[in-house]
Write a protein that binds this ligand. Structure first.
Ligand code: HEC
Ligand code: HEC
Length: 361
């Protein structure tokens, strides 16, 4: 046995020079690849509710490709707008404006929501009015929205397919070079799925670290889940039931004699269902990472968290469709700061990123 090993060693030594004459090293990867390598799927931070086993279509290769596509303005009609123009990484993939501005300076009527823990909603509904049923379906919308990226699906596919540098990454993600709108959308959705938020002071407190929250924030937590009734709608790991409620945001009583429904400039969920009960109802937004994405609400009409909490203290804005749970909030002016402190404790980690410096050419 030992003699054999020795012989094998000698043989290996004799082979050394040949081994040195190894085949040519593979060409260095392009600079854009070195800057955006395939990364393992992130480990979900505490309390985020993220679970990649539940979204087997999310792979590291798709998320890498999607990172480029999400940040690539060439997907828009004139090469100026990417998803990240409105979903800015430093604003928790939301924005610091009241409403979005898209292609050729066109101003929309709603604010871009954050993209955090988005692959695990309690109900599969996306947009403020819930008109998309999956993240990938959602991603197709803005590309052809005339006031967002202003392109057509065919136009975006033609542009991406003509960029030779993208081909290897479509092959790695999907098995061949083919580019179509479903693949573009799925890769973008995979990248979005890797933007997580957890391990906030609140999550650590909830996991047993009693020092993670201040006295004031603990008082706010008790109010949030108790008398203030916030958790009637803001529940689950991302603090949203993914259902639709009317708080009266944006309501202005119409002139006498006009139908009450005209009080809403934006009728929200009603635009999808045409059901009277959905007038002025919007999807409950996540409450994670609120700090750097003011102003708040679907129309960005509230500048600070204090303003939002005071709005709830008054029971929302009275209108014929106001949600009962919003009317029921029961807390006092001296308790506003505690609720704000609690909301500030939901500042999580796991989504941080920046635009890639280089893109496939
Ligand atoms: C011009 C600004 C703008 C651009 C560009 C844009 N979005 Fe949005 N995004 C918005 C706005 C505004 C909303 C809310 C619209 C609504 O509810 O009707 C939204 C909603 C979303 C949502 C739903 C979030 C939720 O909680 O329901 C996701 C996800 C999203 N966008 C992803 C993308 C992706 C992916 C792209 C690129 C393909 C993109 N967005 C491009 C402004 C933009
Ligand atoms: C009846 C359901 C409901 C209740 C109860 C409720 N919310 Fe909301 N919350 C919503 C909806 C829906 C929106 C978005 C409304 C809109 O834009 O028209 C919202 C928006 C918010 C926002 C703004 C988030 C953003 O991304 O702009 C904050 C902060 C917030 N709520 C905190 C609270 C607090 C604190 C309480 C308890 C005092 C509470 N909510 C009670 C449903 C509810």
């Amino acid at each position: 046995m030992r003699r054999l090993t020795l012989a094998a060693l000698l043989l290996a030594a004799a082979c050394r020079p040949a081994a040195l004459r190894a085949p040519e090293p593979p060409p260095a990867p392009p600079a854009w690849e070195a800057e955006n390598p395939v990364r393992p799927l992130p480990r979900p931070p505490l309390g985020s509710g993220a679970d990649f086993a539940r979204v087997p279509w999310v792979t590291p290769e798709k998320a890498r490709l999607g990172r480029w596509l999400f940040h690539d303005p060439r997907l828009s009609a004139d090469g100026t707008i990417s998803c990240a123009t409105c979903h800015e990484p430093q604003a928790a993939f939301s924005e610091e404006r009241p409403v979005s501005t898209g292609i050729r300076g066109q101003v929309g009527r709603r604010k871009a929501p954050p993209i955090l823990n988005a692959a695990w909603p309690l109900q599969p509904v996306f947009f403020w009015d819930g008109r998309a049923r999956s993240l990938a379906e959602q991603a197709k919308g803005p590309i052809e929205n005339p006031i967002e990226m202003g392109n057509t699906h065919e136009g975006a596919v033609r542009t991406v397919a003509a960029i030779a540098g993208y081909r290897p990454y479509f092959r790695q993600a999907f098995g061949d070079d083919g580019v179509d709108i479903d693949r573009i959308a799925e890769a973008i959705a995979a990248y979005e799925a890797t933007r997580l938020s957890g391990d906030s002071a609140y999550d650590r407190f909830d996991a047993g670290d009693e020092k993670a929250l201040s006295e004031e924030a603990i008082q706010g937590r008790d109010l949030f889940f108790g008398r203030a009734k916030c958790s009637a709608c803001h529940l689950g790991p991302s603090f949203t039931d993914a259902r639709f409620h009317n708080l009266g945001v944006g309501w202005k009583a119409p002139p006498p004699g006009r139908p009450a429904a005209e009080g809403f400039a934006d009728r929200g969920r009603w635009e999808v269902t045409r059901a009277e009960k959905d007038l002025g109802a919007f999807k409950t937004p996540t409450l994670r990472n609120l700090a750097r994405r003011a102003p708040y609400m679907h129309d960005g009409s509230m500048k600070t968290l204090r303003e939002v909490v005071v709005f709830y203290m008054r029971g929302g804005e009275e209108n014929p469709w106001l949600a009962q749970d919003a009317r029921d909030a029961d807390f006092m002016p001296c308790e506003v700061s505690a609720l704000v402190a609690f909301l500030e404790s939901l500042e999580g980690t796991g989504h941080e990123d920046r635009a890639p410096a280089l893109f496939p050419r």
